[in-house]
Design a protein around this ligand. Structure first.
Ligand code: KG4
Ligand code: ZN
Length: 353
């Protein structure tokens, strides 16, 4: 069955076609980063309007790329949450209208489930079970993944997400939006040891994170420099390197702790911060030391995209977890949505993709 998937939860419009047997057929993406850059962050109303402009041209593009006609499509998947309400409504309305017009089932997808399963879009593909480090702009979680719909939370951030820590620190340093890639690029030339920054909760026994103290420490450094004529270029570069090192140290240490606690050997990294080069290098080295493996989705599937949503829809269909009856087209979006709501009860949780 061919599934068309729509993603519009934040500042990327993504559309993709996935075949439940053959995998990804085509995907297309429009990032709104350039539009939001001048405001220093995502402006929800502008995001919604831009999704409206982009979604149909992207749909035509994927159909053409895959050589698929609308008649070939068997189901429609879309991100139903969490995310920005107005932005979610665009993808949900288009998906539900598409399904209604063609008499197809519509499958609401949890955005984080899309990220969690996205490493399965790559080769080599990790087998279940694995530990997933989910690191995006809004989330930092360690999950145990036993199969499709079988997710258990091992630990999460108590305040800022890792991506937020990158973005907020970058903003304080006067770097562009989104801050993660900009800070990381600058950090390559810096000395990570010149400024001592905290590694919050590094030694706590649990698998939780906290990043808000790091942002405060960065601010304190900047204020101290301001009294002295402001950050020099070298200061900024070294502070970027120190910030990246602090975030990566904590993410890597907690991931390793999760591997030891669960006894699992496969670690999967998903979400936008998974694109970070230092984090990738560190996890590859440490997992090798543990006799395990680490998997990363291709960079284009680390950040938000339609492929992971269509793919999550396909995984749910294959696992018998999707309601394939057509004709239920009353819908809501869920700007806040606990992943546990889409999990199977623990006792029948092991379903393979
Ligand atoms: O998964 P994602 O695209 O969107 C959310 O669902 O939040 O993640 C976006 C986050 C942003 O905070 C961005 O700064 C961060 O991922 N990010 C990075 C890098 N690329 C993206 N952070 C650090 N290094 C990168 N190379
Ligand atoms: Zn995301």
């Amino acid at each position: 069955m061919i599934i068309i998937g729509f993603e519009s939860s934040c500042d990327e419009t993504g559309v993709a076609l996935v075949d439940t047997q053959r995998g990804l057929l085509a995907h297309a993406l429009h990032s709104q980063i350039a539009m939001h850059r001048e405001y220093g962050g995502v402006v929800p109303e502008l995001a919604s309007r831009d999704h409206i402009r982009r979604v149909l041209p992207l749909t035509r593009e994927v159909l053409q790329k895959a050589g698929v006609s609308m008649d070939d499509i068997g189901a429609v998947a879309y991100t139903a949450g969490p995310g920005l309400a107005g932005a979610l409504l665009v993808g949900a309305s288009v998906a539900q209208s598409f399904a209604w017009a063609r008499g197809l089932p519509a499958i609401p997808i949890h955005h984080l489930e899309g990220h969690l399963l996205s490493p399965l879009l790559a080769q080599p593909r990790p087998d279940f079970p694995f530990v997933a480090l989910l690191v995006s702009g809004g989330h930092t979680q360690l999950m145990r993944v036993d199969g499709v719909g079988a997710y258990s939370l091992l630990g999460e951030t108590l305040d800022d997400a890792a991506g937020e820590a990158f973005d907020k620190s970058a903003k304080l340093m006067g770097l562009g939006y989104p801050g993660g890639p900009a800070l990381s690029a600058l950090a390559r030339k810096g000395d990570p040891q010149r400024f001592a920054l905290p590694r919050p909760m590094l030694h706590s026994r649990d698998l939780d994170f906290s990043f808000s103290g790091l942002k405060t420490a960065v601010l304190t450094r900047i204020k101290a420099a301001d009294k002295d004529g402001g950050l020099s270029e070298q200061d900024r570069t070294d502070l970027a390197a120190a910030t990246e090192a602090a975030i990566v140290d904590v993410l890597a240490a907690k991931s390793i702790k999760a591997m030891k606690q669960t006894g699992l050997k496969r670690l999967v990294v998903a979400g936008g911060v998974g694109a970070n080069r230092l984090l990738r290098e560190r996890l590859v080295t440490t997992m090798k030391g543990l006799g395990g493996e680490v998997f990363f989705p291709p960079l284009e599937f680390c950040t938000d995209n339609g492929a992971m949503i269509a793919f999550a829809g396909a995984c749910r269909v294959n696992a018998g977890l999707a309601d394939l009856s057509a004709g239920h087209h009353a819908f809501t979006v869920k700007p806040r949505w606990d992943l546990r709501d889409v999990c199977l009860p623990a006792d029948n949780a092991v379903v393979q993709a």
